[in-house]
Design a protein around this ligand. Sequence first.
Ligand SMILES: Nc1ncnc2c1ncn2[C@@H]1O[C@H](COP(=O)(O)OP(=O)(O)OP(=O)(O)O)[C@@H](O)[C@H]1O
Length: 623
Amino acid sequence: MTTTDTRPRPAEPNASFRDRLNNLRHLGRLVAQIWRTSRWLTAASIGLRLVRALQPVATLFVAKLIIDEVVRLSGQTGGSHDFAQWWAEGKLNTVAILLALEFGLVIVSDLLARATSLVDAVLGELHSNTVSVELMAHAARLDLRHFESAEYQDRLERARRQASGRNALLSQMFGQAQDMITVVTLAAGLFVFAPWLVLLLPLSFVPAIWGETRFNTLSYYLSRGRTPERRQLEYIRQIGASAETAKEIKLFGLSAFLVERFRTLATTIFKENRKLSIQRAKWGALFSAIATLAYYGAYAFIVWRTIAGEFSIGDLTFLAGSFLSLNGLFQKILLGFTQIAGQSLYLDDLFSFFEIQPAILPPANPKPFPQPIRDGIVFDNVGFRYPETDNWAIRGLSFTLKAGETLALVGENGAGKTTIVKLLTRLYDPDEGRITVDGTDLRDIEIEDIHAHIGVIFQDFIRYSLTAAENIGVGRIEDRGDRMRIEDAAKSSLADAVIERLPLRYEQPLGRLFNKGRDLSGGEWQKVAIARAYMRDADLIILDEPTAALDAKAEAEVFARFKSLATGKTAVIISHRFSTVRMADRIIVLDGGKIIEAGSHAELLALHGHYAELFELQAAGYR
Ligand SMILES: Nc1ncnc2c1ncn2[C@@H]1O[C@H](COP(=O)(O)OP(=O)(O)OP(=O)(O)O)[C@@H](O)[C@H]1O
């Protein structure tokens, strides 16, 4: 099976500097997503930052004017230095106005900074919600094969990790734009006084940018390459401490084994990360020293020019301040740039997940699912291989499931029974042959339409940590509030007796996950789950071994009930219990993905074949 993903992968660790910069392409997509989240907040965040960007140069310039004015005033000879007199003579007017201006600038700047963080925090949370919703919606569109493949699970896991925590990147990106505008205004001021100083600045940060992008790429690939191990760590952490696993872990005394496995895996990852961090710190220190050297070189130059009388003291403060700010800003931009570039690599994990497309596609001109089914469902020479496997799970399979009949599928583990159900419900499409319902290929019917007309409960059904009523209501989610329907379904599956015994009856939260939750026995859960199938007006009901945990008597009861309710309905039952299987109208015996025998219980016994042998084996156990 081929994947539909042909888009370019992000730069590999040895990719060129340009390739690495190319990874910034995802930022546009991120901004668009943020814009979609809230236009007003995005505009507010950008607007606030534009104003803040101009504040440093304004503050520095006013400070320069203050110092020049102070120098001018302190140089005035004659007269007393009496404050009241100077004030009355209006000599302090200019400096007072300038001080007030500086004060105003600082206050406004503080207010704007707080407003920006507020807007960013709100926008960040909204955005994280938007991404999570888009991620869930997209995952729901994907095929079952995606969820059953380790590679796709790695990708989903990577995307999921990116869904939250993009808030910092958002503020950083906008902050970066703000800093860049500040740099331009400061550099323009600097350029007016000493043009070549501006040229000195890039020399200090270009090597650092190169180094940092290199380390970002290396660290991304380290982390990316370790996704399977990280998922394993997560898995070990989970089975090591969860309600579902506690029993077995304790009884088998597995905790030391799990801790050891966790430690080994975690240590390998830790050592790799540490090596990279040390490298990064060494180079970072060198580049930072170069930048500091550039700053002090420029500072010495300005000091000398001031001594030589070319610059005023105010100019000196302005230039030294500008240069210091610029240097600081460059460092910040550099750091921000490397962080953004690093993060944009991870954005690839998020956006590439959105590019995975389902292979099971809706038909161009959908035909309706026949209701009721008149003739039946036909498997016509069907063959199917699971993705990334070489063996055919089923091959050359042909049979008819007649309308209104109850068919049992029998066979040893791995014979292909569940696979038939997956194909019948179009969770997968066959690789060979076709499946038709009343002559219409399943591929020509809308997937939702197929699912709406089939009630299926798998052996590994979900035990939802929801109330008893909701656990049944999920079988037909649009009717989850229809208590009559839920209670009827519970009666049909014999779950009503289980629910009657619960303190809160239908309102009883089930499962151990949440407060007041009540756990059920395996068989009780199964009765509740089977009620889901009865929630539907399905013509076709499939029970794939959901009764394995029921005791023999309960299973016989559930099936007898099922048979009586299923009259007129087409039903498929998978079970390893012959007491159940024998109730079916027809039985198909599978082996290695092929049909080896078919007929009624009596016919198959008379055949003295595989079925008769298996039946005898089980019956002997009861004698
Ligand atoms: N997701 C999967 N990926 C790869 N191979 C699979 C997958 N699911 C099942 N198989 C393989 O396909 C074959 C048929 O499996 P299937 O689940 O249909 O058997 P089954 O008859 O339902 O078995 P059981 O009685 O144990 O439930 C087996 O060889 C199994 O190993």
